[in-house]
Design a protein around this ligand. Structure first.
Ligand SMILES: Nc1ncnc2c1ncn2[C@@H]1O[C@H](COP(=O)(O)OP(=O)(O)OP(=O)(O)O)[C@@H](O)[C@H]1O
Ligand SMILES: [Mg+2]
Length: 355
C-alpha cells in the first residue's frame, strides 16, 4: 500500500510517500523565514504561499519516492491512496491542501483519507519504528503544539479520549509570546530553548496555575513572565511590552528563558503524571507536536519511566508539521478498515475536535 500524504494546516507545505511502513519521501517547505519578519503567521499570506508551493512539493515527493514514469511524469498507477490534513488549522491553508488532495483523488480515482491534524502529530511516534518498538496501549499522549495543549488517552489505535486541555493559550503559543517579550525571533520555542541553555532556571519564581483535574492554563504564566521582566528592569505594568527587550541584557534574557521553560515543563509534566496515575495500567506516554522537540521537556518526561511507563518522543524532524505523520496516521486508519472520505463531499472545519 503506497500512500501520498499532504499537509498544509499552518505555515508548512508538505508531502510524503509511505510505502507499507517505509517512508520513501518527506518534503517540507516552511514559510518560517518569511514570517520571521512579521513575528508570526499571517493567514492570508500563508494560504497564498501554500498555493504556490503545493504542486512542486508533491512533484518532489513523488520524484524522491521514485514514482516517475520513464517520461518523467508522476506515476499515479503506483499510488494507492491519498491522505490529507482536514482539520484543525488555518482555514485558507487547509483549503489549499484539501482541494489539492480532493482533486487528485477524483482525477486519479484514489481513495481519500481525511486525517485529523492532532492524530497525525501523535502518529509521528510510529514513523520508521518497528512493530516491536512501537508505543504500547493503553497510552497517554501529550499533544503540545502552536495551537493545542491536550492530554489524550488512547486505549488502542484510532481511539481517542481528550482528558485534559488548555483553557486558554497553547503552550507553544506561550513560548512564542514570551520570546516576543524577550526580543527573541519567531518561532519562539527553539529560540527560548537556546537562550535557556546559558540561563539560571531558578532565578525567577513563576507561578503554577491552580487548576483542578487535567486541564491547563498558560495565559497566567505569560503574564507572570511579563511582570517579572517589568520588575527586573524597573518599570511599571503599563510600560509597553515591545520596548522591554531594549532594556534587557543577554544574561537576563537567558535567565528569564530558563525560568519560563522550567516552569512550563513542570506544569505539563505534573498533569501527565496525574493522568498516568489516575488511569492506571498506562503502558506508554507519547509526546507529540512542535513543542515535543523541546529537550528539557523530553528529559523531564524520561523521569516518568520510574513509574513503570515507557516514554516515546518523535524524531525531532517529525515533531513539527510534516506529511510523513499524516501518511502514518492514514496507514493505521486503512489497517483498521476506516472508510475513505468521498472527495466530493469533504468539508473542512477549523474546529479543534478529535474523532
Ligand atoms: N524546541 C522547542 N521548544 C519549545 N517549543 C518549540 C520548540 N520547537 C518548536 N516549538 C514550538 O512548536 C510550535 C509549532 O508546533 P506545530 O508546528 O506542531 O504547531 P502548529 O501546527 O502551528 O499548531 P497545531 O499543531 O496545534 O495546529 C511553535 O509554537 C514553536 O514555538
Ligand atoms: Mg501542528
Amino acid at each position: 500500500m503506497r500512500i501520498l500524504a499532504i499537509e498544509s494546516s499552518c505555515d508548512e507545505t508538505a508531502a510524503a510517500v509511505l510505502d507499507g511502513a517505509e517512508l520513501r519521501a518527506n518534503v517540507v517547505v516552511s514559510q518560517i523565514d518569511m514570517f520571521k519578519a512579521y513575528g508570526g503567521v499571517i493567514p492570508e499570506v500563508a494560504a497564498r504561499s501554500h498555493l504556490e508551493a503545493i504542486l512542486p512539493v508533491i512533484d518532489k515527493a513523488l520524484l524522491d519516492a521514485g514514482l516517475k514514469t520513464a517520461e518523467g511524469k508522476n506515476d499515479w498507477e503506483k499510488i494507492d491512496a491519498v491522505a490529507v490534513t482536514h482539520t484543525p488549522g488555518l482555514l485558507g491553508s487547509l483549503l489549499i491542501g484539501t482541494l489539492t488532495a480532493r482533486t487528485l483523488a477524483i482525477l486519479h480515482e484514489k481513495p481519500l483519507y481525511a486525517v485529523h491534524h492532532l492524530k497525525s502529530h501523535i502518529y509521528a511516534n510510529w514513523i520508521g519504528v518497528s512493530e516491536a518498538e512501537a508505543p504500547e496501549f493503553p497510552l497517554v499522549a501529550l499533544v503540545v503544539s502552536g495551537g493545542h495543549t491536550q492530554i489524550i488517552y488512547m486505549p488502542n489505535h484510532n481511539q481517542f479520549e481528550i482528558i485534559g486541555t488548555t483553557l486558554d493559550d497553547a503552550v507553544g503559543e506561550c513560548f512564542d509570546k514570551v520570546a516576543k517579550i524577550l526580543g527573541l525571533p519567531y518561532p519562539g520555542g527553539p529560540a527560548i530553548a537556546k537562550a535557556a541553555e546559558k540561563g539560571d532556571a531558578e532565578k525567577y519564581k513563576l507561578p503554577h496555575p491552580q487548576i483542578e483535574g487535567l486541564d491547563f492554563s498558560f495565559s497566567g504564566l505569560k503574564t507572570a513572565v511579563l511582570r517579572a521582566v517589568q520588575k527586573e528592569v524597573g518599570v511599571g505594568i503599563d510600560f509597553p511590552s515591545h520596548e522591554l527587550r531594549e532594556r534587557l541584557n543577554t544574561q537576563q534574557v537567558a535567565d528569564v528563558a530558563a525560568s519560563f521553560q522550567k516552569t512550563a515543563v513542570e506544569i505539563l509534566m505534573e498533569k501527565v503524571r496525574k493522568a498516568v496515575r489516575e488511569r492506571g495500567e498506562v503502558k506508554s506516554v507519547v509526546l507529540a507536536g512542535g513543542v515535543s522537540a523541546n529537550q528539557a521537556l523530553r528529559e523531564a518526561a524520561k523521569e516518568l519511566e520510574r513509574e513503570g511507563v515507557r516514554i516515546y518522543v518523535p524524531e525531532k524532524q517529525y515533531a513539527g508539521d510534516n506529511a510523513a505523520m499524516v501518511a502514518e496516521a492514514a496507514r493505521f486508519e486503512i489497517q483498521a478498515g476506516v472508510e475513505p472520505t468521498d472527495p466530493r463531499k469533504l468539508n473542512i472545519s477549523p474546529r479543534s475536535v478529535i474523532y
